[in-house]
Write a protein that binds this ligand. Structure first.
Ligand code: ADP
Ligand code: GLC
Length: 473
């Protein structure tokens, strides 16, 4: 099969979070299964762009409202990612350093989507499926069916994967003229609560809808930032397929970012060396358990609860542990986390910002990783942590529920709690400190978790089966 993935992010070209990891890995595994997978993203001005060679694949022009825009599609020359990577450039809109958070994101991503559909309409052949990811690509199935210029694409099946339904790409109806000449009888497909809602539109128009874990799919029917009813009514075409991880990139035995490589057999010594380095770099106490948090500092991740949970834990247990936080996001949370450093010198530190290398070192050197998320459609951190012998402490939600079993249960290995509340996080930290003192149990769990198979093979096959089902529609 030939699959065209459309996304805002793709690792290592451009990454903000797990979406990039998934879009940078799933196509690789799909290719290994004998398919042709291609990825197209906006031409963000990233390091990867400047460090690699590209060829121009196509040039075209589109209208967006009263703007006439030229676009260029370039392709990475050397097959660096093991699949074809294409980027869309539009002068003044897509030529930016960051992926998101510009005032004109609506215009940027609408222009990106129109360009992709326009490019596709010039292909001499048809792909078997167009696989879109999240709301930034959500108007594509609608445009392929209901824009007069692109109706000849309407037979190509489309699949939407929702990585996070909290963000929906809401647009005012005043911007409806951005979408190229479309069949206005179909306005209801664009609308949700008097706004153009690209995510809702994609749920309505795509042939199949997936989310990145089965539990999150279930949760969406009762908690989907206003789209609950839609998920109930579209239930039959929706399913949850758990993400995997790229076990080649995330392998403690060969990871070039970490100080000492290790595998399950020599994990105790290997992790200790990595922990020593982290503790030295961040002035922490290597003899005490090391808890880390890595991620976007936003309410969905319950990062707002971290400062208090860390403060209470260190006070209540008398500095019996260390914390190291890596993340960026909400400025208030960033300031609070930085502000705490002075209170607990030697036991707590925080690095505000995005740092891929440090994140690997933290997965390798930590004893526990904290994920108190309020919303976690899948979560990749816990799977990376498991592979690096670090025990996840997670709230029971979404993909965290599907990948972590509490060590109190049969065959369990992690720590789970139910409430996104400071007291439940600190209680779990207490449990972890007790577990850390039981060296035998720690070793047993570490051996067990490093062998868990969370690779993409199984899930990549599930996507192929799903695409095949769309060919029968
Ligand atoms: P989300 O996509 O919601 O942010 P995931 O758990 O799916 O959450 O994926 C997060 C990914 O981003 C992981 O690869 C994680 O290591 C990485 N990450 C998040 N924040 C940072 C950061 N500040 N520095 C380095 N890597 C980060
Ligand atoms: C989103 C979700 C996260 C998921 C990732 C990759 O960013 O918040 O839970 O792991 O996408 O699917």
């Amino acid at each position: 099969m030939e699959i065209l993935h459309v996304s805002a992010e793709c690792y290592p070209y451009a990454k903000v979070g797990g979406l990039a990891d998934v879009v940078g890995t799933l196509p690789k595994y799909q290719q290994e299964l004998g398919n042709i997978a291609k990825v197209v993203v906006p031409m963000h001005r990233t390091k990867f762009l400047y460090e690699n060679e590209w060829t121009v694949e196509h040039k075209g022009s589109i209208n967006m409202g009263d703007r006439y825009l030229d676009y260029t599609i370039i392709k990475e020359k050397t097959n660096k990612l093991d699949f074809d990577l294409y980027c869309v450039d539009i002068y003044g809109l897509l030529d930016r350093e960051n992926v998101y958070s510009y005032d004109d994101d609506t215009e940027r991503f609408t222009a990106f989507q129109i360009s992709v559909v326009d490019w596709l309409s010039h292909w001499e052949h048809r792909p078997d499926v167009v696989h879109i990811h999240d709301h930034h690509t959500g108007l594509i199935p609608f445009m392929m069916r209901h824009c007069f210029a692109y109706k000849h694409l309407s037979e190509i099946p489309t699949v939407l994967t929702i990585h996070n339904a909290q963000y929906q790409g809401w647009m005012s109806w005043d911007n409806s003229n951005y979408i190229p000449d479309w069949d206005t009888w179909q306005w209801g497909l664009l609308d949700w609560d008097n706004m153009i809602n690209p995510l809702a539109c994609a749920v309505k128009c795509a042939d199949r809808v997936t989310t990145v874990s089965p539990s999150y799919m279930e949760e969406l029917t009762t908690d989907a930032n206003g789209l609950e009813e839609l998920f109930v009514s579209e239930k039959l075409k929706c399913s949850g397929i758990l993400n995997g991880i790229d076990t080649k990139v995330w392998d403690p035995a060969s990871d070039t970012y970490i100080l000492d490589n290790f595998s399950a057999e020599d994990a105790a010594a290997g992790k200790l060396l990595n922990k020593k380095k982290l503790c030295k770099d961040f002035n922490l106490d290597v003899k005490k358990p090391l808890f880390v948090f890595i991620g976007r500092l936003v309410a969905d991740k319950a990062a707002d609860l971290l400062p208090r949970a860390i403060y209470d834990s260190l006070n209540q247990l008398g500095n019996k542990m260390n914390f190291l936080v890596l993340g960026s996001g909400n400025t208030n949370i960033e300031n609070q986390l930085e502000g705490l450093i002075g209170n607990f010198t030697g036991f707590y530190n925080a690095k505000i910002g995005y740092n891929e290398k440090l994140s690997h070192q933290m997965y390798a050197g930590a004893d526990f990783i904290l994920m108190p998320s309020r919303v976690e459609p899948c979560g990749l951190n816990q799977m990376y942590a498991l592979r690096y012998g670090t025990i996840p402490i997670v709230r029971s939600t979404g993909g965290l529920k599907d990948t972590v079993v509490d060590f109190g249960e049969e065959k369990g290995f992690g720590i789970r709690f139910n409430n996104a509340a400071v007291w439940d996080i600190t209680y779990s930290i207490h449990r972890a400190v007790e577990l850390y003192d039981d060296k035998e149990k720690m070793t047993e769990i570490r051996n067990q978790i490093m062998k868990i198979d969370n690779s993409w093979e199984k899930s990549a096959e599930k996507y192929i089966a799903l695409y095949k089902a769309t060919q029968l529609i």
